[in-house]
Design a protein around this ligand. Structure first.
Ligand SMILES: Nc1ncnc2c1ncn2[C@@H]1O[C@H](COP(=O)(O)OP(=O)(O)OP(=O)(O)O)[C@@H](O)[C@H]1O
Ligand SMILES: [Mg+2]
Length: 228
């Protein structure tokens, strides 16, 4: 049988921050495969390397050593422009503090990734409205982020992450700033997005949320200490 290459493949990846005379090992010799359509939770204490790992998968950051291949792209070999283009097509990102542009409406925030990528010309607006409907916010399309609750802002951010229909969704503590009811809504959306065929990597501190994933990767001191 032919060996299928995983959608996400990290090989001997380390990330080292040089600080004065010392060094911080944010990641140490990580080798990891994530097949397409898997739902993975990454857990571990503060400082264990979770965000560093996610940023490498997104091509936001580069490894000090090792290979990062995602959706067939060798991210560690690509320049900034190539990484930005690749990211626009392949990953949707969701963060703890939403990171919507404050001067744009919900609708405009969702349209932005399509504008950047030059995708869906002619029907960006309809597509953005459909995505806002999907996250239950059709009636908030013309609100600015400051006119939305935290839970609503995060749902706009999820719609924005889906704008270019990327195969991979990466979420870094997306419920970290939400109350329980809003957190449940976000987790339910992520599960639905996964069922629709996307690969989801979720960083969370909450075991209860991690339990909703198919696989849990437990990090400690820049290493994977448990994976199952
Ligand atoms: N730009 C940087 N310069 C120096 N050290 C850094 C930098 N970014 C991260 N680190 C260090 O790398 C380690 C891993 O950081 P990372 O942000 O990945 O942790 P984390 O698991 O996401 O933690 P948290 O749960 O608090 O978000 C930490 O010790 C952190 O201090
Ligand atoms: Mg983090």
């Amino acid at each position: 049988m032919r060996e299928e290459r995983a959608l996400i493949q990290l090989t001997d990846v380390s990330k080292v921050y040089r600080m004065g005379t010392g060094a911080i090992y944010a990641l140490r010799d990580i080798t990891l495969q994530i097949p397409a359509r898997q739902y993975v939770a990454v857990i571990g204490p503060s400082g264990s390397g979770k965000s560093t790992l996610l940023n490498l998968l997104a091509g936001i950051d580069r490894p000090t050593t090792g290979r990062v291949v995602v959706a067939s792209a060798p991210l560690n070999e690509m320049d900034e422009d190539a990484l930005a283009r690749w990211r626009g097509a392949h990953v949707g990102l969701i963060f703890q503090f939403f990171q919507l542009l404050p001067t744009l409406t919900a609708l405009e925030n969702v349209m932005l990734p399509m504008d950047f990528r030059g995708a869906y010309a002619g029907n960006r607006r309809e597509r953005a409205i459909r995505l806002l409907e999907r996250v239950g916010l059709a009636d908030r399309a013309h609100h600015l982020p400051a006119e939305l609750s935290g839970g609503e802002q995060q749902r706009v951010a999820i719609a924005r992450a889906l704008a270019n229909d990327p195969p991979i969704l990466l979420a870094d503590e997306p419920t970290g700033n939400l109350d329980t009811a809003n957190a449940e809504q976000v987790i339910a959306l992520l599960a639905e997005i996964h069922r629709d065929g996307k690969t989801v990597v979720l960083i969370t501190h909450e075991p209860r949320l991690a339990a909703t994933a198919q696989r849990r990767i437990h990090m400690l001191d820049g290493r994977i200490v448990e994976d199952g």
